[in-house]
Ligand binder design. Structure first.
Ligand code: ADP
Ligand code: MG
Length: 242
């Protein structure tokens, strides 16, 4: 059984006069332990697919089984529960609380629905910050950290509930190429050493290069699904040449 299984999933936005086919009929399997990059031009449906996979959005039709459980028809609350259990999310702009220490930021998801004591929560937050190489920065506020360090705090926060999947929508979009590399190598390490399934949206080809599978989207469809970086690169540039 695949960890992620989409069957005939569609997402259509009905704007009255026009219908936007953000995701056309899509079938997709992703196994546990994969490292997948979603590439494609702006507006091709990357975020729509990611938000669907991340249970943030519900498809208009079709089936989405996450770890054998049908989530496409679930209520918002039920989806939130599934998300907390399975999925860690990181965003382009980090989404950290600014007046709060790194440790408290990481601890935050544990305040909802976790049975841990305050002490156990802090220990867990510290472990996660150590895992991302920020064990020395527990008391720093986001403003006292570099962009790359802030994204690593966000990654630590996304891992605190022990998710099996880590997802990011343009997680290096606000980072320079050097800090971007730090963050990419962290995703790679979490995938290879900790067995976490990684799914990233990116338009940075150096990010996609590290993935073991690349999906190229175009006009709401998965146009190319490949393990070859060169093939993905060609597919992406075929669009740009038009
Ligand atoms: N909430 C929305 N309402 C209407 N159209 C939307 C909405 N969100 C996305 N779209 C449209 O769906 C298409 C895919 O968008 P998106 O998934 O954000 O693409 P990408 O992330 O690849 O840039 C685009 O045409 C976009 O304008
Ligand atoms: Mg997007």
């Amino acid at each position: 059984m695949a960890l992620i299984e989409l069957n005939k999933v569609k997402k259509t936005y009905d704007l009255g006069e026009v219908q936007v086919h953000a995701l056309r009929e899509t079938n997709l399997h992703i196994d546990k332990g994969e490292y997948v990059a979603l590439l494609g031009p702006s507006g091709s449906g990357k975020s729509t697919l990611m938000n669907t996979l991340g249970c943030l959005d519900r498809p208009t039709s079709g089936s989405y089984q996450l770890d054998g459980v049908e989530v496409a028809s679930m209520s918002r609350n039920a989806r939130a529960r599934i998300r907390n259990e399975h999925i860690g999310f990181v965003f382009q702009n980090f989404n950290l609380l600014n007046r709060t220490s790194a440790e408290e930021n990481v601890e935050l998801p544990l305040l909802y629905g976790s049975s841990l004591t305050g002490r156990a929560r802090r220990r867990r937050a510290r472990e996660m910050l150590e895992l991302v190489g920020l064990g020395e920065r527990l008391d720093h506020h986001p403003g006292q950290l570099s962009g790359g360090q802030q994204q690593r705090v966000a990654i630590a926060r996304s891992l605190v509930n022990d998710p099996s999947i880590l997802m990011g929508d343009e997680p290096t979009g606000n980072l320079d190429s050097k800090t971007s590399k730090e963050v990419i190598s962290l995703f790679k390490r979490l995938n290879e050493e900790n067995g976490i399934t990684v799914i990233l949206v990116t338009h940075d080809l150096s990010v996609a290069r590290h993935a073991r599978r690349i999906l190229v989207l175009r006009d709401g469809r998965i146009e190319t699904d490949t393990e070859s970086y060169d093939e993905a690169f060609k597919s992406l540039h075929a669009f740009e040449a038009e």
